[in-house]
Design a protein. Structure first.
Length: 137
């Protein structure tokens, strides 16, 4: 489910196949459904925040990997992966790197981690703060 933060510019979503609770392998059908819904919403680019603890959830269904599947599905992709569950997952430099990706990627850009809340929220707040600074000039 794509949720717009800034219509036509910035969106968020849970990762493909996200279900609350214990994590398990994600089936191909869940990835394909996510890709279809995201493309239908008009998203052109994805900033993926999944770390090396969650990307392997896609290995069985996607031998090429989730990020490669995004690219072959027509999305521009930036990956700023950090492990789930960290109290302070991003350094200032990592947030600035995500901002730089947002600036260069074709819009609209969708940001996602696993549930689309904690890591995603931190990155989106940073992006919004930087946009406010730019637009406030």
């Amino acid at each position: 489910m794509v949720s717009w933060i800034i219509e036509g510019e910035l969106a968020v979503s849970p990762r493909p196949g996200y279900v609350p609770g214990e994590e398990g392998a994600v089936p191909l059908a869940a990835v394909e459904a996510w890709v279809a819904r995201t493309r239908e919403a008009g998203v052109r680019s994805v900033i993926c925040l999944l770390g090396d603890d969650q990307l392997p959830l896609y290995a069985a269904a996607l031998p090429e990997g989730l990020l490669a599947r995004y690219r072959t599905s027509g999305f521009e992709v930036a990956h700023h992966g950090v492990r789930d569950g960290m109290a302070e997952p991003f350094t200032r430099a990592q947030l600035d790197d995500a901002w730089a990706s947002f600036r260069r990627l074709p819009k609209p850009v969708l940001v996602h981690c696993s549930a689309g809340h904690d890591r995603t929220g931190r990155v989106v707040r940073h992006i919004l703060g930087r946009l406010e600074g730019e637009r406030g000039r």
